[in-house]
Write a protein that binds this ligand. Structure first.
Ligand SMILES: NC(=O)c1ccc[n+]([C@@H]2O[C@H](COP(=O)([O-])OP(=O)(O)OC[C@H]3O[C@@H](n4cnc5c(N)ncnc54)[C@H](OP(=O)(O)O)[C@@H]3O)[C@@H](O)[C@H]2O)c1
Length: 136
């Protein structure tokens, strides 16, 4: 099982620090070249591995830590997300409800990821809960 965090801002870096505390290796990616945030990753820990987005999304479990407006761009990084677990830590603060089609934002996000199935959301929740126990 391997992990990636997409987005290396405030939340992505906080998640990376949690991985580091637990001694779990994780890839991190943004829209930028990995070299541009390599020193920030190294400062968190040796197991925080900067990668290009196209490489990072190959992970089994992908934490989505980008601004809500960017989730569709991340979704385009793979032709299908079938079989993957996505942990959506975005929120849609400030997004008009009509843009979400009256749905919870997590469902709107899930729909953007081709091949991502509803049962994967349940699996993601279980795994996130399991991981959260290791965050201390
Ligand atoms: N901050 C909070 O307290 C908080 C709390 C709960 C939830 N959230 C949610 O968590 C998410 C992240 O928040 P944040 O505060 O960490 O935001 P942030 O500091 O603005 O970081 C966003 C990160 O996403 C990257 N990014 C943007 N577009 C991308 C794309 N298309 N592909 C790959 N990476 C991309 C950015 O990198 P580049 O633009 O440099 O490529 C940046 O590293 C948001 O949805 C926010 O609503 C935030």
């Amino acid at each position: 099982m391997n992990y990636a965090i997409i987005g290396f801002g405030k939340i992505g870096q906080a998640l990376a620090a949690a991985f580091a505390r637990s001694g779990i290796e994780v890839a991190v990616a943004t829209t930028r070249d990995p070299a541009s945030f390599a020193s920030a990753a190294a400062a968190i820990g040796p197991g925080i591995i900067p990668k290009k987005l196209a490489e990072a999304v190959k992970a089994d479990i992908v934490f989505l830590a980008v601004g809500f407006a960017s989730h569709r761009d991340v979704a385009k990084a793979l032709p299908t997300w079938k079989g993957k677990t996505i942990v959506d830590v975005t929120n849609a603060y400030g997004v008009p409800p009509e843009e979400l089609g009256g749905q919870p934002s997590s469902r709107a996000v899930a729909q953007a990821f081709t091949g991502f199935l509803a049962d994967q959301t349940r699996r993601a929740f279980g795994r996130w809960t399991a991981c959260a126990g290791a965050w201390k």
